[in-house]
Design a protein around this ligand. Structure first.
Ligand code: ADP
Length: 397
């Protein structure tokens, strides 16, 4: 069975085509960029072959999905004969609000509810909705499944998701913590349990998804009980260009004292802050290089980044009353032994002992055999989860 996984952004579409037999095989994957802009193109990578970049005028998402279909059936770099072979499409949807606690087959009611949630994720849900609409239009009759970033965090208790704000803001406007990156957190937490050879439902696990965006989640016996992102993906740790937690009065100060407008504040907090705001760079590889060359602010940015993560892990150890495993994933978490070490340097009180050789060799378990807490690195795979959920839902229908 063939499942197409789509992650639709405002001017891009990431895709992977999976073949599912006894296992999941990626037949092709790719990225369409600059949709609706000059210079649009599709970078298509068939399994086992070189990537091809096709430059093509793609005025909208419909044209972009049509270009993906063309690439998939192309006699030169295609991997299937006919798009009718695709049995289902899985969509990443960022915000599922309180309504969606798991992945779901999309019908008109579901689509309306996703549209309703767009006010909570104005940057993300609208392109996700467009992705669903164009896939319904171009592949009529093929089932679509929505997989939500927020769903896994719906198990958080009230004490974790309510802000100390007038309760009407929650009841009337849905202002509460939702959390994101749920597909990734859930995947790596379950993989960690497998590697430790213990049921997920018996463990206390803290997962650190550290990419351009980043968040930390506490899993108590298989359930997300707290997570660092909030109403939006701005809350939490310091990220590539996002501030993470700040005193909310800073926003008032910016606007009242410095005359910064609403849209400038939005841009400042989401795009000009975080690592970029501190040292001018948002790519951690560049920052590490600069710090190694003695650039002071690059080192400060790394220190702030690691310190905030340490504080979250420490607070989640308190929430969980202990921890069995601390798991690192995504670009920084998977590739920077040096940062993993810096983050974990203050947890010897838990009986956590690192095996630095294993850490530097990027081994999945990099704590010592006698460590009381497992330190782990697990590569995330959100597309695989979307493909699995889509397969499960459409075969159960
Ligand atoms: P996204 O959130 O865009 O999916 P990724 O998960 O790909 O992001 O993570 C991107 C981040 O990972 C960037 O800051 C990048 O510099 C960082 N990264 C990748 N490789 C390394 C490395 N070897 N050392 C430090 N950081 C790295």
């Amino acid at each position: 069975m063939l499942i197409l996984v789509i992650n639709c952004g405002s001017s891009s579409i990431k895709y992977q085509l999976f073949e599912i037999n006894s296992q999941y095989t990626i037949l092709a994957k790719g990225l369409v960029e600059r949709i609706g802009l000059p210079g649009s193109n599709i970078a298509h990578k068939p399994n086992g072959k070189d990537e091809v970049v096709i430059n093509k005028d793609l005025p909208d998402h419909r044209a972009a999905l049509a270009a993906i279909e063309e690439a998939l059936v192309s006699p030169v770099h295609g991997v299937i004969k006919d798009v009718n072979e695709i049995a289902g499409v899985g969509h990443r949807v960022v915000h599922g609000g309180e309504k969606f606690t798991r992945s779901i087959l999309i019908n008109e009611h579901v689509l309306d509810a996703i549209r309703e949630n767009a006010k909570l994720a104005p940057l993300h849900n609208p392109p996700n909705i467009t992705g669903i609409e164009v896939s319904q239009a171009l592949m009529p009759g093929v089932p679509n499944v929505a997989v939500f970033d927020t769903a896994i965090h719906q198990t958080m208790p009230k004490k974790a998701y309510l802000y100390g704000l007038p309760i009407d803001l929650y009841h009337k406007h849905g202002i509460r913590k939702y959390g994101f990156h749920g597909t990734s957190h859930g995947y790596v937490a379950k993989q960690a349990a497998k590697l430790l050879n213990k049921p997920f439902e018996t463990l206390k696990i803290i997962t650190c998804h550290l990419g351009n965006g980043g968040s930390i989640t506490a899993f108590d016996h298989g359930k997300s009980v707290d997570t660092s992102m909030g109403l939006t993906p701005l809350e939490g740790i310091v990220m590539g260009t996002r501030s993470g937690d700040i005193d909310p009065a800073i926003v008032l100060y910016l606007q009242e004292e410095l005359g910064v407008s609403l849209s400038q504040t939005n841009d400042l907090l989401n795009k000009q802050s975080g690592l970029k705001g501190l040292c001018g760079k948002n790519d951690m590889r560049d920052i590490v290089k600069l710090a190694n060359q003695g650039e002071e602010m690059a080192q400060v940015a790394i220190d702030v980044f690691c310190y905030r993560i340490q504080k979250y892990i420490g607070s989640y150890v308190a929430v969980l009353n202990g921890v069995n495993a601390i798991v690192f994933t995504a670009g920084i978490g998977e590739n920077s032994p040096f940062l993993r070490e810096q983050v974990l340097e203050n947890f010897s009180y838990l009986g956590l002992k690192l095996d630095t050789a294993k850490n530097r060799a990027n081994e999945q378990i990099f704590s010592t055999k006698d460590s009381k807490v497992a330190a782990m690195m697990i590569r995330t795979n959100e597309e695989l989860v979307i493909a699995q959920d889509t397969f499960d839902i459409i075969t159960r229908r």
